[in-house]
Design a protein around this ligand. Sequence first.
Ligand code: HEM
Length: 512
Amino acid sequence: MSSKTFTRAEVAKHNTEDSLWFVVDSKVYDVTDFVDAHPGGESVLRQVAGRDATVDFYNLHRHEVLAKYADLCVGTVEGEKPQVITPRPGDLSTVPYAEPLWLTPAYKSPYYNDSHRRMQKAMRVFTDTYVTPEAQARELDGKYISQELVDRMSKVGLLHMRLGPGKHLHGVELMDGAVRGEEFDYFHDLITAQEGVRANARGFQDGALAGMVIGLPCVMHYMKDERRRKAIMDEVLGGKKYMCLAITEAFAGSDVAGLRTTATKTADGKHYVVNGTKKWITNGVFCDYFVTGVRTDKGLSVLLIERGEGVETKAIKTSYSPAAGTAYITFDNVKVPAENLLGEENKGIYVILSNFNHERWTMACATIRQCRTVVEECLKWSHQRLVFGKRLIEQPVIRQKLAKMIALVEANQSWLETITYQMCHMPYKQQAQHLGGPIGLLKMSATRAAHEVADEAVQIFGGRGITQSGMGRVVEMFHRTYKFDAILGGAEEVLADLGVRQAMRQMPNAKL
Ligand code: HEM
């Protein structure tokens, strides 16, 4: 920004055909050569020529517009300083409820220590600096994640971290040394998930190797040949090869037992021959490995299938961006080595189920954080938007909506943290027994809340809430995409039922 200063009287002189200046938040803008390019047209700019246009500007634009057009700024008003906060990469928001309570000054939490705080800071800087700019660009052009970002994520251990705590992290320096792999627990995991989704790009979010997050654990826990397992883990965590989980079919979604893709053993027992289809496979379009649910002679099995002869993928157009690489897959007589069987033959259901809790919990982390971002957007918008002669926030009906949204977000975050604490203190096997139901209910609660939050947010933003650019772009994206989390990883209704059925297994002979 230029260091020049001007008096308001000097700015006022630039209100002619040949020179058009105005002030926004103490900064002086010369838009003489910009009027033809201004998306809002020329006339509106002429109306504020020579004047302070701060109120008009923020009634119509996001603050980030000023950063994008920073070269229009020719200086500041003498003796004045900009009042509007310009966040730097890594900054916490000071808007009420924009951050979870543990990151809000004056609040305490029993769950987070210094190591968690270091992780949060490092993740925020990384997301703001590298992920958000690419995520926003990919949402627009629909291309897949760049190898450059994958390499960067791999280098700081982000791909490793997304599998959750465990031995695969031991000896790994995370986020350039912010945290040691050995100290990584489920609260670090929660932070990783919640910070990552601040890029506000739901399609890209899945495109950023979500398939690996749910596919690779099956290899990590169930591939028998240790040498091969290590080689594949290194390739995938090194960002050299991409992996996805291919379970759902046109025939069966949440009803995993209804899968129809078959795997038949060859007479010599050395191979399986796979035939069938898969649908809605996240990242499938650009993956090298497919962790695939198949029907073998006496039940379900899981095979690691490499892209090759007989494997075809084509993109499915969904309501989020093509950056996710969502695929329809066909397997036609695909020959798969028998050692690519993950877990036991006909017992694949255990392989599939073993992963579900962590996947669902991660989705709850993400959804709750996205709801919070939408709350922040709504608080800012209702605070700056002038309508019917006053700020939107002065309408009681708007405050009612905000209160409901805030309460939903805070309640879900608290429940999430309580469950996360149990995850930190329960062996994995016990988690499956005691936490499968609560995690299912938590995910259901998070996506039901998302439904309410998305709906109210669009009402608050009006037409902008259904417009993909400008003020309401975050709300529009959320409203268009929150359903992915209500369906993927187990539909709301299936998880609600699971939660209650699991509780009923513990039901004593208690009477009213
Ligand atoms: C440095 C100054 C300005 C820049 C760089 C700028 C840039 C933009 C951009 C990029 C848009 C597209 C929408 C968006 O992305 O948010 C836009 C829309 C618009 N601008 Fe500006 N603008 C400036 C100042 C102003 C001022 C002072 C006014 C009015 C007094 C104005 C009136 C409008 C209007 C009416 C729209 C259309 C809004 C809508 O579609 O909802 N702009 N401007």
